[in-house]
Design a protein around this ligand. Sequence first.
Ligand code: CUA
Length: 364
Amino acid sequence: MKSTFPLFPDSASTLSGHVDALFIVWSLVSLFFTILIAGLIVVLMSRYRRRHPEEVGADERAALWLEVLWSAVPLAIMLAMFAWGTKVFFELYRPPADAVEYTAIGKQWMWKVQHPEGQSEINALHIPVGQPVKIKLASEDVIHSFYIPAFRVKQDAVPGRYTSLWFNPTKPGVYHLFCAEYCGTEHSRMIGSVIVMEPRDYETWMAGGTPGKSMVASGSDLFTSLACATCHRPSPGVTQRGPSLEGVFGSQVKLADGRAVTADDNYVRESILNPLAKVVAGYDPVMPTFQGQVSEEQLTQLIAYVRSLGPTGAAPAGGTGGTPAAGTPAASGVTNPSSAEKDATSPLNTAGQTQGAAQKPPQK
Ligand code: CUA
């Protein structure tokens, strides 16, 4: 963790340079026009001041070209900056197809991060250098904001829906992770570290942690234990009460009321928590809500599982794989939020995995 307080944060992602260039040029353009206009005001005030009480101004219509000029030139500059800003914005908010998806859940007052392979961390995120990373954000309580200055990315984590951001780290190192939305008394301590490692070090780190189960495997287990399979898995000779989920994710779903929606993260989430909001055409509105029965973390696991059923089940690169690994060890407490989380609110615990965090004494 850096102890210095530099004027500019490290520039450590593929896009941080683009953001900086836009920021610096925009600042210089603003500075130039501020000085130009303030200077002109002073000069013109003095030069064209009224010299006698009865003095009358000259006819200024001859200077029409000047008016056109000072409207058209700033307009052109504004539009150019707008186009440039839009380009950077799209770069920042469109993750590349090969981005590996991690999940970060904000809760008062910590970040809980889950790797696609199942590792989970509190207030820390270990990633390999040079690999695009997409962070799917959720919140368990209020609005938080996931902010990594060195990568020039910031995105709110909003209760009740998913948001995301992405970046591609270019330099190994340890970078600040902040919550950038005032979320309660300990908001300022809701901080952590992003640890960017050489791929080989990352492998070693991954091998050292308790692996836990992959997101997809955990989701598959939940799918069974919550009895989702009773209605959503076709079995011969039985009238199916719910649609099969094979191949649903990413497709267009026809609803009972005639609408069609894309089955994305937010759709699956809503269908679990509020099943009657969008009933699939051809099925009765009989599904019970799972509100209060599944945590934010379990929701993301269920969604990972549904996504793995395709067709865009394109498991995120990084090898979540489409099918749950058979021989994975039992969850080893990784997904048990209650004990580990309460004890892990200390901001000092920036690099510990959940397992390590659980051994720390309670902070309060
Ligand atoms: Cu969470 Cu501020």
